[in-house]
Design a protein around this ligand. Structure first.
Ligand SMILES: [Fe+2]
Length: 142
């Protein structure tokens, strides 16, 4: 099987603001505009094409697999920017990260209200602790 996810369109009220937010927190680059799209491409070649629209935008979920070092850097950027973080998608564990699958994970919102997630281990990596409920406080988090 050679099918790979290649790109998607991310709806936003302000493509510059949203693309720069994502690129900043993940340590990525914003690409050159292509028509109505402003791209941010991940290391595995998936492009998120940010598009400004003037409609009600239903919140979507986008998750990013990062290294432990990248997770540290991302968490620092989120705290410094005053972006609320939480260990779960429902806000039951604010100002905390999770330790699911033997790694670390965090949820936060982008400027358009999309639910973003960064995790260091893919879901199911550690069948013994898929959702182990263990969380850690993030110093300085709001
Ligand atoms: Fe997720």
């Amino acid at each position: 099987m050679s099918v790979e996810f290649n790109h998607t369109i991310v709806l936003t009220r302000d493509r510059e603001k949203s693309a720069r937010f994502l690129a900043h927190v993940l340590g990525l680059e914003v690409g050159e505009p292509a028509g109505m799209f402003l791209p941010v491409t991940t290391a595995n070649g998936v492009t998120l094409d940010f598009a400004t629209v003037d409609i009600d935008i239903p919140a979507q979920h986008y998750a990013f697999l990062v290294s432990e070092d990248e997770f540290d850097a991302l968490l620092t950027r989120l705290v410094e920017a005053g972006i609320p973080v939480q260990a779960d998608p429902h806000g039951r564990h604010p100002r905390r990260i999770n330790r699911n699958d033997g790694g670390r994970g965090v949820y936060f919102r982008d400027p358009a209200g999309h639910g973003l997630e960064a995790l260091t281990r893919p879901y199911g990596t550690d069948p013994a602790s898929p959702l182990n409920g263990v969380t850690e406080e993030v110093p300085g988090a709001v």
